[in-house]
Design a protein around this ligand. Structure first.
Ligand code: SF4
Length: 354
C-alpha cells in the first residue's frame, strides 16, 4: 500500500502542481521565506507578498542587512508579525554564523529562530532533498484520512506520531515531491469540510474513503474561545496636517508596529469618547478636541478579538518630550510606517469620510 500511495501521490504532484512563484527554483532562502509566509495564511494572499519581498530582499545578505522597519513594512497586512522579526533574526544568524548558507541538516537549522519542526522538514526536503517529515495541520488531516488515524490532531504529541509515520513512508528518492504532494493534496483535494474524493489521486489507498468516514476525520478537539478586548481609538490631526501615531512595545503582540492612539476601554458602559479625550491628556500630554464617531473595527487574532470604537479629533501642541515612541507624520510620511491590519482599516474608513 505504501509504495502505491507514494507513487500515485508523486505522479499526481508532477502533473497537477500549481504554478507558484516559490516553486521556480529550490533556493533554500526562498523556500524558507515562502514557508514562513504560508504559516496561517492562504496561498493567494501570500503570492504578491512573496514576490515583492523577494524583489526587495532577494537573498540572505539583503535581508540580514535591512532595517527592521523596512522588513515590517514589507510584511504589513500579512499578520503574525513575529514571523517577520524571527525570520530576519534567523537570517542574520545564517549570515554571520554559516557564511550566508542555510544549513542543510536538522541539528543546525532547527535551532534558528522561528524554525520549528515543520519548517525544518520543508526546507530540508524541498531545497536539499533530505527525507525529513514536514507535518502541519493539512498533512495531519490527509494522513488521518488515508491511514484512518483517530488521534486528536490538536494535541502536540500527535504531531510526533505523524512524523514517525512519515519517516516510514517518505520517498527516499524524492522527499521534496512527497512532502509537497501531501501539502498540495491537503490544499486542493483533501480539503477540511468537503474532500473531493472522486477526483483524488490516492483514493484507492485511502482507508477513510473505503469506510465512508472521511468527513469524521481528522479528530480535532475544540480550542478555547477567543478573549474579547474592547478598545477605544482616535485618529487625531493638528493644524499642520500631521497625525499622531505611536510605536507598540518591542515585545508581544504586533511588536514594533505603528498604531493610532488606542486604549483598553475602562468601562464597558461608559462613553468611550470622554475616556479617549482624558487619556490623550494623561498619556500624551495633549489637549484634544474630540470630533465624530468614525466606525467600529473588529479584528480577530488566534486567541483574541479586538473590538475598537474609533473617533476622529484634532490636537494642538506636541506630545510629551519623553515619549520617544510617538511621532507626528503627514499622510505622505505615514506610508513609510508599518501598521497592523486593524489600524490600516481605520485609516481606510477615515479616508472614505474625511
Ligand atoms: Fe482525502 Fe478523499 Fe483522497 Fe481520502 S480519498 S485522501 S479522504 S480526498
Amino acid at each position: 500500500m505504501i509504495d502505491g500511495f507514494r507513487n500515485d501521490l508523486i505522479d499526481w504532484f508532477v502533473q497537477e502542481q500549481r504554478d507558484l512563484p516559490w516553486r521556480k527554483d529550490q533556493d533554500p532562502y526562498k523556500v524558507w521565506v515562502s514557508e514562513i509566509m504560508l504559516q496561517q495564511t492562504k496561498v493567494d494572499t501570500v503570492i504578491p507578498y512573496f514576490n515583492s519581498f523577494i524583489e526587495q530582499f532577494p537573498n540572505i545578505e539583503s535581508l540580514a542587512n535591512a532595517a527592521e522597519d523596512k522588513v515590517l513594512k514589507a510584511w504589513e497586512g500579512l499578520g503574525y508579525y513575529s514571523r517577520a522579526r524571527n525570520l530576519q533574526s534567523a537570517v542574520r544568524e545564517v549570515h554571520e554564523r554559516y557564511g550566508g548558507i542555510v544549513p542543510d541538516n536538522a541539528a543546525e537549522i532547527s535551532t534558528l529562530k522561528g524554525v520549528g519542526p515543520y519548517t525544518t522538514g520543508a526546507i530540508l526536503s524541498i531545497a536539499y532533498g533530505v527525507p525529513e517529515p514536514a507535518v502541519d495541520g493539512n498533512v495531519m488531516r490527509v494522513l488521518s484520512r488515508v491511514l484512518h488515524i483517530r488521534e486528536d490532531i490538536a494535541k502536540p504529541k500527535t504531531r510526533k506520531l505523524f512524523e514517525a509515520v512519515i519517516r516510514d513512508m517518505i520517498s527516499q528518492d524524492n522527499p521534496s515531491f512527497f512532502n509537497q504532494g501531501l501539502m498540495e493534496l491537503g490544499a486542493i483535494v483533501c480539503t477540511p469540510t468537503s474532500p473531493s474524493c472522486m477526483l483524488c489521486p490516492v483514493q484507492e489507498h485511502c482507508r477513510a474513503f473505503h469506510e465512508g468516514v472521511q468527513r469524521e476525520l481528522p479528530i480535532k478537539s475544540k480550542k478555547k474561545s477567543a478573549k474579547q478586548v474592547s478598545l477605544v481609538a482616535g485618529i487625531f490631526k493638528n493644524e499642520q496636517g500631521q497625525y499622531l501615531i505611536s510605536r507598540r512595545p518591542s515585545e508581544g503582540l504586533l511588536a514594533n508596529l505603528w498604531v493610532f492612539p488606542n486604549f483598553i476601554k475602562m468601562d464597558e458602559l461608559g462613553t468611550s469618547k470622554q475616556q479617549l479625550e482624558s487619556l490623550m491628556k494623561t498619556e500624551y500630554g495633549l489637549e484634544v478636541e474630540m470630533g465624530d464617531y468614525l466606525c467600529d473595527i473588529r479584528h480577530v487574532f488566534t486567541h483574541l478579538v479586538w473590538d475598537i470604537n474609533v473617533y476622529v479629533g484634532t490636537f494642538h501642541g506636541a506630545p510629551s518630550a519623553d515619549r520617544e515612541d510617538v511621532v507626528l507624520v503627514t499622510e505622505e510620511e505615514m506610508l513609510e510606517y508599518a501598521f497592523p491590519v486593524s489600524h490600516q482599516n481605520m485609516w481606510k474608513e477615515y479616508k472614505k469620510f474625511m
